[in-house]
Design a protein around this ligand. Structure first.
Ligand code: GDP
Length: 298
């Protein structure tokens, strides 16, 4: 599809052409290995993962010296991009109780947009959805979520007041989901990292009250691919509130530095479940490791 073509050209434009240039020289010199390392680091693969990848590649070259080095690079990349994590979205309703999901992340990464797009994916699968606008700090966030709700055709629970208790909005959304017999409740949250303790308290409370209706089956962390290694720090901080079940990596349409996929999965063991490829309602795709690697290699 066109968005995958866009992703492919984006990713390959950076890391891919650099890698191809290195491998087209034939056998790899010490300088080539160094350049390979720099290319991976520049793409946000991260120091530890880059080292592991290069060690793996060296081992593969040694084990099968006659194989095409670029093909071995593809295998080594695939091994590091797909560490065997479960990427399925666990949002089937059980016993008439809706499955709940809480979407977290710092401001501006694309949380509200992702909640809207995810609702669209679920509705397209025939599921009924209720959205909760628990980012009550920013009035515009609830307006934005309402716009998405109208676009996708799902109800949005919000507060009329700025600064209302986010947990009570989340609880009302979960209750409405249960009362309406909805399949899924998606809760959007605020992400002010400036006050880390306050944010953690707030998110912890949201998870607790939603659990009174149905313990969150998914706690999805939204990361902006363009912010690179900051994503790792964010994932560690949010992971302290509730075990993260998945990552949505947004704005991959705007960067050639998709290597953060490797770093978060390998270092935190949290699967990337979806990628954001634009601002439109159809610009959310399940993460596919092979497609991603082919996108990098062009
Ligand atoms: P929030 O503060 O985390 O809720 O972030 P928003 O959902 O408000 O998104 C912030 C900005 O990023 C908005 O302008 C979105 O349209 C944009 N955005 C979100 N996801 C994507 C994406 O995958 N690609 C691009 N290009 N823009 C995105």
């Amino acid at each position: 599809s066109s968005r995958l073509a866009r992703l492919r050209s984006r990713l390959s434009g950076g890391m891919g052409s650099a890698l191809l240039a290195i491998f087209s020289r034939g056998s790899l010199s010490a300088d080539d290995w160094e350049e390979l390392e720099e290319t991976l680091l520049a793409a946000d693969v991260g120091a530890a993962s880059t080292e592991a990848l290069l060690d793996d590649l060296r081992a593969r070259l040694k084990a099968t010296p006659d194989a095409e080095p670029y093909a071995l690079l593809r295998e080594a990349l695939l091994a590091v991009v797909d560490p065997g994590l479960d990427r399925s979205l666990d949002l089937a309703p059980a016993d008439g109780v809706p499955a709940t999901a809480v979407v977290v992340g710092v401001n501006g990464v694309g949380k509200t947009t992702t909640v809207g797009k995810l609702a669209r994916v679920l509705v397209a699968e025939g599921r009924t959805v209720v959205l909760g606008a628990a980012d009550t700090f920013r009035a515009a966030a609830a307006d934005q979520l309402e716009t998405w709700g109208a676009r996708v055709g799902v109800p949005v629970v919000r507060s009329d007041r700025d600064g209302a208790d986010p947990a009570s909005v989340a609880f009302e959304a979960a209750q409405k989901g249960r009362d309406d017999g909805a399949d899924v409740v998606l809760v959007d949250t605020a992400g002010r990292l400036q006050n880390k303790a306050g944010l953690m308290d707030e998110l912890g409370k949201i998870v607790r009250v939603v659990s009174k209706v149905s313990p969150p089956r998914e706690v999805l962390l939204v990361l902006d691919a363009t912010t690179g290694q900051n994503g790792l720090t964010q994932a560690r901080v949010f992971g302290e509130v509730a075990p993260l079940t998945g990552i949505v990596l947004t704005k991959l349409d705007g960067t050639a530095r998709g290597g953060i996929v490797v770093a978060v999965q390998r270092e935190l063991g949290v699967p990337v479940k979806f990628i954001g490829l634009g601002e439109g309602e159809d610009d959310l795709a399940p993460f596919d490791a092979a497609q991603f690697v082919d996108g990098i290699l062009g």
